[in-house]
Ligand binder design. Structure first.
Ligand SMILES: [Zn+2]
Length: 338
């Protein structure tokens, strides 16, 4: 007997440029059936490694948000959901990751032109004025950033700097963090040379203060060194989560209650991370799982959708009722982001 072949219906196949206009038209009808939900859009707003940055597309997308959606400050939107208060139709909040110098020079202007509120996720360890902690963050970045060797080999390479013997059991990112914390600044500089650490450019605290004075901006933590948090344990994890919050709060005088998990992969949300979030009093943490947010959505792995997407996709991705249907039960489905 020939076995039956099943072609299960998958809602994701409905996400198509030809079908998108019908979904957008259906949004008012579908949203009338339930309570309004929130869509958090993520963006980087600076050129990628190949120098690509489609400013025209971003301008068009931002204009669409101004004309067709209700863009709320993220903090207000989440507070409303926490209190079970109503959200407007097509409620959207913008979360911008990384705060590189290039964002300060380019992307920020695009947001300022349309006067939309946004939340900026900072990596305080990678801000140069952070001194010794900047050196340690640049080192620990080998647990996230793609260097010339895979992450696990990079940590061995770094531990090799300390000289033999490398105890097999001590080959861990946390082990490296603990050893690095004992070093003087010139030793750390030598270790950074040894691993050929890069020094990307992020906005300074002064630049961030200026932005704070001029824009409708709020801040979130994006860890100290932008690692893959699935590797993070113990004292190192504690530093990534706790210290980043402290530095943003003390430098910018805002309360930080959100963590944007680097790379956003749901697999990086470990039990250790959950504990660290609770310990350091974070109310929210954001992944890149696709979906919408309601009053019942788990606050420690909130979904986001991409702002820097094709125009038809953005239109669809600003329809909370329709997206809530399209992305329900797709916990493994993640956007790609860095
Ligand atoms: Zn990032």
């Amino acid at each position: 007997m020939v076995p039956k072949r099943y072609y299960p219906f998958n809602k994701i196949n409905l996400i198509h440029p030809l079908l998108a206009p019908f979904f957008v038209m259906a949004e008012p009808l579908v949203s009338a059936l339930g309570t309004n939900r929130l869509i958090v859009l993520y963006a980087h707003l600076y050129p990628d490694r190949s120098g690509n940055f489609n400013q025209n597309l971003i301008k068009k997308n931002l204009q669409y948000l101004v004309q067709e959606c209700n863009v709320l400050p993220l903090r207000d939107a989440m507070e409303r959901l926490d209190k079970n208060q109503e959200l407007p139709r097509r409620a959207v909040a913008i979360l911008v990751d990384d705060a590189t110098k290039a964002f300060g020079q380019q992307g920020r202007n695009l947001l300022a032109e349309v006067e939309l509120p946004y939340t900026l996720a900072l990596i305080p360890g990678l801000i140069q004025e952070s001194g010794r902690e900047n050196q340690i963050a640049r080192l620990m970045r080998l647990a996230g950033h793609k260097y010339w060797l895979p992450n696990q080999e990079m940590v061995q390479k770094a531990l090799g700097w300390f000289g033999p013997p490398i105890d097999e059991g001590a080959v861990s990112f946390e082990g490296l963090f603990e050893k690095a914390r004992q070093l003087e600044e010139d030793q750390l500089e030598d270790l950074l040379l040894h691993i050929r650490a890069q020094n990307d450019h992020f906005m300074s605290w002064e630049e961030l203060k200026q932005l704070q004075a001029e824009d409708k901006v709020d801040f979130a933590s994006h860890t100290m060194s932008h690692p893959q948090l699935k590797f993070a344990t113990g004292t190192w994890l504690d530093w990534e989560i706790g210290r980043s919050k402290e530095l943003i709060q003390s430098n910018l005088g805002v309360e930080v209650d959100s963590l944007v998990v680097p790379y956003g992969n749901p697999k990086h949300f470990t039990a250790d991370l959950q504990q660290a979030l609770i310990k350091h009093d974070y109310k929210y943490s954001y992944s890149t799982r696709k979906g919408t947010i309601g009053s019942q959505t788990w606050r420690h792995q909130l979904p986001r959708l991409n702002l820097e997407d094709e125009y038809w996709h953005l239109k669809l991705h600003t329809c909370p009722a329709v997206c809530s249907f399209l992305y329900s039960n797709d916990s493994g489905l993640s956007n790609k982001q860095e």
